[in-house]
Ligand binder design. Sequence first.
Ligand code: 5GP
Length: 187
Amino acid sequence: MERGILLVLSGPSGVGKSSVVRALTQRIDLHFSVSWTTRERRPGEIDGVDYVFVDRTRFEKGIEDTDLLEWAEYSGHLYGTPRRPVLAQLERGHHVLLDIENEGAGQVKRAYPGALLVFILPPSMEELERRLRGRGDTSDTDIERRLAVARDQIDEARAEFDHLVTNYEVDVVADEIVSILSAAAGR
Ligand code: 5GP
């Protein structure tokens, strides 16, 4: 059986990544990889569905035991992709979707060169700022910090990612990613 494709999706905070993930899973049969994290559960999040919430000791044990395909520290918390479920799904011929930040995406590409790295760009930095402010729960200093991080991430992504797509509209960008995946699967 053909192995599935490992699709890695990254993009700056505020770019609308979770809406794109939702639109993608509605369009195609994708296994969404549930990450481990040491951050607090947010209201509405379900343990084992959105994330597997673990403490630092458990996470560090996972790193030691090479249970993680990649991991990174982001905003003071650890995030990582459990290796075994991802590889099992790929072997069964299923495509697997990782929603992870840049550093982890680079690690995946090094460990697994067949992975398809897609980075979601905002239409412009002004639009990204508008979207971040629109959330209403973020302070000015936090917005400045996120915009600076976004600029660095975009520069890195231009060098490291296989495809960069612009999120003008969720449905359009989701269709674009489906085409990229289909082309890769047909090779
Ligand atoms: P949040 O805390 O807002 O859910 O996620 C923060 C960031 O961590 C997002 O950019 C998200 O893509 C990233 N992230 C989530 N899971 C993982 C993971 O398993 N590994 C890495 N490297 N980043 C992750």
